[in-house]
Design a protein around this ligand. Structure first.
Ligand SMILES: NC(=O)c1ccc[n+]([C@@H]2O[C@H](COP(=O)([O-])OP(=O)(O)OC[C@H]3O[C@@H](n4cnc5c(N)ncnc54)[C@H](O)[C@@H]3O)[C@@H](O)[C@H]2O)c1
Length: 417
């Protein structure tokens, strides 16, 4: 079916597309290298590329010599620190477009230049979505639709991996739980052993759940209706270096940061909530494998639950205990009410992704939390910044400033999410 639109061809068009290249990425095997990941100098496009997940993926890709185009409005506190760090590591391989996903023209321009795409830019917090649901919808649902339309307009659409969330399954109120060792766990043996699978009915809860779930469904449907090469990751909690977690999002990093700063933590709910947490390096492996296998029917047009799996679970109370062991003292804890849609238990069943691309998490909770703690203590929260030459700093900032001035988002507000 010939379905791609031509009438919206933009003046930014660069002509016909060739393939792309992220085949030399360190530590990742490429069992089914496809046309999109071989032999092009076009950059990999990462929307939200200056955030926690984006910067880690960009670092891995550039470590293999491939250039990356980061598309980010720098609204997340810490995003500029991440960008500065990436420039120190990779210099000119880093390209940055300071723009908003609500700007279809800037997005189209970036997509025209891309070999393959990872879409991470988002309003990322449930709490913020409760305050400004319209903003949340415009960024998460509207921004994703802008991106899909830009991809659909290409002669040779670049493959897309989109990061959805476990929140699309709602609060799981029908899952019968019991308490064991101060943690919630399902009464059902199969669920306890395997986790939540993709066959779970969708049940969007909270504006964030609705906007991400809407985007999730659009990404899948654009594969079905228009034949675009897309895949969706419904992710549980991801953690690791370059995560500037706060009370609204990124709880593992947030707890560690508060402990290191000797500040109190508010525990919303009873602390026995259980999550499977996934260390960022494992997630990056999964992203690259999904892109490399996009020609595979088991990947293209599919949604995958992605997390640490039943092997890597932790409760909030467990993390506090772990912090005491790592840091020597436990932060002060204050009690808060349950948050809307907060799941008592969520653990991903990752069997579908494992079967499709041969992936499994490798980093244990103990190892991963220790690595994040050390990064925060020795790098992110160190009182004095690492030495950077005056010239490097000047180049880094002048280029960012130039991008900001030369490419303002059209007709949209630039605001922190
Ligand atoms: N971290 C997790 O545990 C987790 C879990 C499930 C899903 N996700 C999803 O993964 C993606 C990345 O998450 P993260 O933890 O790296 O978040 P992050 O906040 O660190 O990164 C998001 C980036 O997007 C940018 N951004 C925000 N609004 C934008 C806009 N309108 N236009 C352009 N850029 C914009 C921010 O500046 C930031 O750099 C998000 O889509 C999030 O919903 C994350």
């Amino acid at each position: 079916m010939k379905t791609r639109r031509k009438e919206n061809q933009s003046p930014f068009d660069n002509g016909p597309k060739s393939g792309a290249g992220i085949d030399s990425v360190r530590d990742v095997s490429w069992p089914h290298t496809n046309a999109h990941v071989a032999g092009s100098d076009k950059p990999v496009l990462i929307t939200g590329g200056c955030g926690f997940i984006g910067i880690n993926l960009a670092h891995r890709i550039m470590s293999g010599g491939q250039s990356v185009l980061l598309y980010d409005n720098l609204s997340r506190p810490g995003a500029e620190k991440n960008l500065r760090w990436l420039r120190q590591q990779h210099g000119d391989l880093v390209r940055i477009e300071v723009a908003d996903v609500r700007d279809p023209h800037a997005l189209r321009n970036a997509v025209d230049r891309a070999s393959c795409i990872f879409h991470f830019a988002a309003q990322v917090a449930v709490t913020t979505s409760l305050v400004d649901a319209i903003h949340d919808f415009n960024v998460n649902a509207g921004g994703t639709l802008n991106l899909l339309e830009a991809i659909r307009a290409q002669d040779d659409p670049p493959p897309l991996v989109f990061t959805s969330t476990n929140k699309v399954y709602g609060g799981l109120p029908d899952v019968r739980l019991r308490v064991a060792n101060n943690r919630y766990e399902p009464e059902d043996d199969t669920l306890r052993a395997g986790g939540i699978g993709e066959d779970r009915p969708l049940d969007f809860h909270s504006p964030y759940g609705c906007s991400k779930g809407t985007a999730d469904q659009y990404v899948l449907d654009y594969a079905r209706t228009f034949g675009l090469p897309t895949a969706v990751f419904r992710m549980s909690c991801i953690y690791g270096p370059h995560q500037f977690g706060n009370e609204d999002q990124g709880w593992v990093a947030h707890f560690l940061i508060r402990a290191l700063k000797r500040e109190p933590i508010t525990l919303y709910g009873d602390g026995m909530q259980v999550r499977d947490i996934l260390f960022i390096d494992d997630l990056v492996d999964a992203f690259l494998l999904a892109q490399a296998n996009m020609n595979n029917r088991q990947v293209c047009g599919r949604a995958f639950n992605v997390g640490g799996s039943p092997a890597n679970t932790i409760s909030l109370l467990d993390l506090l205990r772990m912090i005491k062991a790592l840091h020597g003292e436990r932060p002060d804890v204050r009690a808060g009410a349950w948050r809307p849609g907060d799941q008592r238990y969520y653990v991903s069943n990752v069997a579908k992704l494992s079967a499709a691309v041969g992936w499994a998490p490798k980093v244990s909770v103990r190892e991963g939390v220790g690595r994040l703690y050390e990064w925060l203590r020795d790098y992110a929260l160190r009182p004095r910044r690492r030495a950077m030459s005056v010239d490097a700093a000047r180049n880094s900032w002048s280029e960012v400033a130039h991008e900001r001035v030369s490419r303002p988002a059209r007709g949209v507000r630039q605001e922190a999410s």
